[in-house]
Design a protein. Structure first.
Length: 133
């Protein structure tokens, strides 16, 4: 299953800002999104491509990730480039994968003196692929 955060693809979400040309930024200290899948296995593999909002003024972005209520991973990003979060996650909702991303230091480009954009951003989500384990 393939999902684009730009096109929407019926993604239920909160804590994400409007879609831009190539990605969709988080816009809060927490982001939630639900991905629907037809896979019926107990566990599935998920690959989420994203770009962390890090630069000389914001050196790291720490993220806690949960899926269907289970802790999946804690990550620390320190490069502004496309990166892939890969994990095997429980498919205990059998068809619905509920992701929660918690950010410890979202920042606005405005407060960092980069632009007039005052959204508190942490990760830019591009797309996701779900496959059988």
């Amino acid at each position: 299953d393939y999902y684009s955060f730009i096109m929407g693809d019926d993604i239920i979400c909160s804590g994400l800002s409007f879609p831009e040309e190539t990605l969709r930024w988080s816009n809060a200290e927490m982001a939630f999104f639900r991905l629907q899948t037809n896979l019926k296995t107990e566990k599935v593999c998920v690959h989420i491509r994203c770009i962390p909002f890090v630069n000389k003024k914001r050196l790291t972005q720490n993220v806690k990730i949960m899926c269907n209520g289970c802790p999946i991973e804690e990550m620390s990003f320190n490069e502004y480039r496309i990166q892939t979060i890969s994990a095997t996650v429980p498919n205990n909702n059998m068809g619905s994968l509920d992701f929660v991303f918690e950010f410890d230091n979202p920042a606005s480009p405005k407060e960092l003196g980069l632009s007039e954009d005052d959204r508190k951003i942490a990760l830019g989500f591009i797309d996701a692929i779900i496959s059988e384990k």
